[in-house]
Write a protein that binds this ligand. Sequence first.
Ligand code: HEM
Length: 172
Amino acid sequence: MGMLLLTAGHETTANMIALGTLALLQNPDQLDRLRESEDPKVVASAVEELLRHLTIVHSGRRRVALADIEVGGVTIRTGEGVVLSNDAANRDPDAFPVPDLLDIGRNPRHHVAFGFGVHQCLGQPLARVELQVVYSTLYRRIPTLKLAVDPDEIPFKHDGNVYGVYELPVTW
Ligand code: HEM
């Protein structure tokens, strides 16, 4: 129980804060939009867009088909297992036009960064509040925040269930 809450509750939000900060520093126009807005809806939309764009839990959601279903011309039969790529779904151009673009104004509330169905993330309301607080205060309190190293030197977590950075050296 403790391990689950630590990994699911801490590792995820901590990585979203570091990785979201990196994404915003690399997209200064989006960072300015976020920092200068007084509208809580802009902050909420930025959180959803960063969740979609980064999709930090991308190890694949495992499900079992309860009925025959056809997807992309392939029939998945009742009882067969499927591994669903939520990071690919979050970059689906039919659902999110120009999906590789970070656009904090697009309000992509239908993303699947928290999974989908009965087992979707039960901590998502808490995660949303944490990220809304961080993204709406950090860059205002430290407006000169910037990377302290070359982006190529940042060590990324390619080896875990939750994507992120091992460290994000910054200065101001
Ligand atoms: C940005 C933060 C977070 C992200 C991106 C995230 C993402 C996810 C994803 C993708 C799943 C799997 C859903 C599925 O299989 O459909 C999940 C499950 C879960 N999450 Fe989160 N999560 C976050 C924060 C949290 C927090 C803060 C908590 C608790 C305090 C939490 C607790 C859980 C638990 C207990 C499950 C298992 C639910 C189940 O199997 O029924 N998560 N999360």
